[in-house]
Design a protein around this ligand. Structure first.
Ligand SMILES: [Zn+2]
Length: 109
């Protein structure tokens, strides 16, 4: 994950970090120096957390229906909700749950 996310959003959880990067069109493999508007990314993370305070479970799409709660997280091999491209999945670093990445190769650059 981007170093900035680790620093500014420690504890936010992999699901939010993953979804934020999708919403901002940022590849999880980019280096932090490449992110044009880091403040916007951090702000988005705060809003996602805020929106989920009163909910059971984690929803980032605004749709609480089962199977429609996230944009890319947990959706490897399924079509991107924006463009239809298959969602990719990969691991970063030493593996483990917090290291698993989901992203749309077309929307996230
Ligand atoms: Zn896409």
């Amino acid at each position: 994950m981007l170093k900035a996310c680790q620093r500014n959003l420690a504890g936010i959880g992999n699901i939010y970090a993953t979804e934020m990067l999708f919403l901002r069109g940022v590849s999880p493999w980019r280096s932090v120096g490449d992110v044009a508007d880091l403040d916007a990314l951090v702000e988005l993370g705060r809003r996602l957390l805020e929106a989920n305070k009163a909910r059971i479970g984690q929803v980032t799409t605004g749709d609480t229906a089962p199977g429609r709660r996230t944009w890319v997280y947990g959706r490897a091999g399924q079509p991107c909700r924006r463009c239809g491209t298959k969602i990719s999945k990969g691991e970063q670093g030493d593996g483990g749950e917090e290291r698993i990445r989901f992203w749309c190769p077309a929307c996230q650059r």
